[in-house]
Design a protein around this ligand. Structure first.
Ligand code: GLP
Length: 240
């Protein structure tokens, strides 16, 4: 696991975007695994800036996202589908038909998980972007999710509901469930790029990098992947 500690969020975002842009430049047909949350927003802004200034094209790029809340339609402003369109896709020349997320408003959630797993069989991520939950989750794989899990329905923990409530009008509006790629789907990526920022992530970062490999801290599984780059700001990396 390669760990890069940066001065601040801006430098973290710049370095992460450089890695993603270079993957797309080297392979215009790249498959990008993408993440939501506050951590990758700056990275995505830099990718949009690069697209506008340098013309890096995403016309033939395909994307697969990690997760989606259950019960929110794609036009809900807190859905991850909406997040991806407004924070990245609308700023690029990507064809929206080439972008994929689990559908959290599907009637049959198990059928939707099966559909997404089948899709992932054909879309092996050249790189999977990840954030890190303060409890060590990746995607929405909460503590004690088996390492061999594939896309599944998740009951969110109280900790995650509380962390994510900052983005909703009240904690009662935070969905209690989500669909998430499993840990096996994440580990299947050819490479992994994690961005982490802030003091509240420092314990989880320490456990992920130096701790025991255990489902109790899902991100610790990344120690088993041969090509992982973690870019964290000074605060997130303060316990390393
Ligand atoms: C959310 C998402 C994760 C994300 C994490 C951290 O629950 N499901 O994919 O990485 O929380 O979010 P943030 O970057 O906003 O701290």
């Amino acid at each position: 696991m390669k760990v890069i500690i940066t001065e601040n969020y801006e430098e973290m975002s710049k370095k992460a975007s450089e890695i993603l842009v270079s993957i797309v430049k080297n392979n215009p047909n790249a498959i990008l695994g993408l993440a939501t949350g506050s951590s990758p927003i700056g990275t995505y802004q830099n990718m949009i800036k690069d697209h506008k200034e340098n013309g890096t094209s995403y016309k033939n790029v395909h994307t697969v996202n990690l997760d989606e809340y259950v019960g929110l339609t794609a036009d809900h402003d807190q859905s991850y589908a909406y997040f991806m369109r407004t924070n990245l896709f609308y700023g690029l020349d990507i064809d929206l038909k080439n972008t994929n997320l689990p559908c959290g408003s599907a009637k049959d959630l198990q059928a939707e998980c099966d559909r997404y797993n089948a899709l992932l069989e054909n879309y092996k991520q050249d790189v999977q972007v990840l954030g890190l939950g303060s409890n060590g989750h990746i995607g929405f794989n909460e503590p004690n999710t088996p390492f061999d899990s594939v896309t599944h329905l998740v009951d969110l923990t109280e900790n995650t509901i509380k962390d994510n409530s900052r983005l909703f009008a009240s904690i009662d509006e935070v969905p209690r469930q989500a669909l998430s790629m499993g840990i096996k789907n994440i580990m299947n990526a050819k490479s992994i790029l994690m961005v982490v920022s802030g003091k509240n992530k420092a314990e989880a970062v320490k456990g992920m990098v130096k701790g025991e490999i255990t489902p109790a801290l899902p991100a610790s599984v990344l120690q088993l992947h041969p090509f992982v780059t973690v870019i964290c700001d000074k605060e997130a990396g303060s316990l390393l």
